[in-house]
Design a protein around this ligand. Structure first.
Ligand code: NAD
Ligand code: G3P
Length: 393
């Protein structure tokens, strides 16, 4: 959704789908929270009947981990899904061989998620058009820097199945002057498929190793939440559904700014009390930002869901943004240099989001209302000394 005015929040209970069985013709009323509807310009096209075909756009560490779960579920729920799941891999030569060949022969993504065995029914495919051919369920999980290029190709007529549904697992926001949009909304607008959001306390490697965790899906309709729960819910990846697409998207995006602050705290050698204060203040700014600018979003998505408080905690202790921000303080290098040095080809999201959010707040003349976000921006981009992080908060 585009930026909008403040709206009251209504508490409700999220639904746990651990024992889920799906049907593509579910008509029961939504058991999930109310939220903003699909824009009027996009009348939901009917979901195709029959088995669903899943496509995953992105094969970084999170793309590969999500594709693994989806492909395992596609086999387990073979009455609902085609067993073959295709994953878009941006071709790259790794040890003299194309990455797609490596993945399809060894069932390992040696570049981005090494040592994790991927299911044999997960097929790495280098051309986007082939990945989405006949796909009815499309997972978007590229680093947000590259989404526009992907959407450019997918928005050509005839490329996507007309009744397809999409979900975005991308953490970031799109800003244009005084407008702000989630990636779910951007995808929906560009390719015309209703788009849900998936976000949670989900460090890719831990998920891929099968360590228990939770995630939140924000879906525009109950039907979408049943579909996406069936794609992703697993014994060690527990899906809870809410109808707050914006809250789920914004939780994942904004926590990356707070994670940079947490990394500054670590780099400065400050202790647990300071970090806890940063997390509390950060969660407050994340929640208020979403409520102020995204009509219909829910405070409880931040306080109760994996996409809110839980993701904030895991990112501020174990994430890449935290790690790079600590190094920023300790080494004095730029984030570009640190990303190359520490992330082995993976992409940092928090700095870009801090800049986008700063530009948006400045355009809206609301910078003063979000002092932690602004401090992070100034430290990362304007040379403010990291030790001033907590001054005046
Ligand atoms: N890694 C995690 O633990 C994690 C967890 C949850 C959410 N996320 C989110 O998922 C999204 C994807 O992150 P990731 O960790 O899978 O990716 P990543 O950081 O591992 O980045 C690698 C991916 O970027 C692609 N890439 C590199 N250069 C490209 C270019 N020029 N054009 C197109 N693609 C290019 C690579 O092909 C590869 O698929 C991000 O928004 C991230 O915030 C990540
Ligand atoms: O490693 P980060 O900081 O990009 O965080 C990864 C995930 O978003 C954690 O849920």
């Amino acid at each position: 959704m585009s930026a909008q005015s403040t709206a009251p929040s209504t508490p409700d209970v999220a639904r746990d789908f651990s024992d889920l069985e799906i049907s593509s013709t579910v008509t029961s009323p939504a058991a999930t929270r109310p939220s903003s509807p699909i824009p009027a310009s996009l009348p939901p096209s009917p979901l195709p009947s029959g088995k669903h075909k899943i496509a995953v756009i992105g094969s970084g560490s999170w793309g590969s981990a999500l594709a693994k779960i989806a492909a395992e579920n596609a086999v387990k729920r073979n009455d609902e899904f085609h067993s073959e799941v295709r994953m878009w891999v941006r071709e790259k030569i790794v040890n003299g061989k194309p990455l797609t060949h490596v993945i399809n022969r060894t069932h390992l993504n040696s570049r981005y998620l090494p040592d994790i065995k991927l299911p044999r029914n997960l097929v790495a495919t280098p051309h986007l058009k082939d990945v989405v051919k006949d796909a009815t369920l499309i997972v978007f999980v590229v680093p947000h820097q590259f989404l526009h290029t992907v959407l450019g190709e997918l928005s050509r007529p005839g490329v996507l199945h007309p009744g397809a549904r999409a979900i975005s697992a991308i953490k970031g926001v799109e800003v244009n002057g005084t407008d702000i949009e989630t990636f779910a909304s951007l995808i929906e607008g560009r390719v015309g498929t209703p788009c849900s959001a998936l976000s949670g306390a989900n460090i890719a490697l831990e998920v891929a190793l099968g360590q228990f965790c939770e995630t939140t899906i924000g879906c525009p309709t109950h039907e979408d939440s049943l579909l996406w729960s069936a794609v992703f819910n697993a014994p060690t990846f527990r899906v809870s559904a809410v109808e707050d697409v914006n809250g789920v998207s914004l939780g994942g995006a904004l926590k990356n700014i707070v994670a940079l602050a947490a990394g500054f705290v670590d780099g400065l050698g400050l202790g647990g009390n300071t970090k806890a204060a940063i997390l509390r203040i950060g969660l407050g700014e994340m929640t208020e930002f979403c409520l102020e600018f995204f009509e219909g979003s829910q405070r409880e998505t931040f306080s109760n869901e994996s996409a809110g408080i839980a993701d904030l905690i895991t990112t501020c202790y174990g994430g890449r943004n935290r790690k790079c921000a600590e190094e920023f303080v300790k080494s004095g290098s730029t984030f570009d240099v640190i990303e190359k040095k520490l992330l082995n080809g993976q992409k940092l999201q928090g700095t870009a989001t801090a800049e986008e959010v700063h530009n948006f707040l400045r355009a809206r003349k609301r910078v003063h209302a979000y002092p932690l976000f602004e401090k992070v921006y100034q430290i990362a981009f304007e040379g403010l000394p990291p030790k001033s992080l907590v001054r005046g908060l």
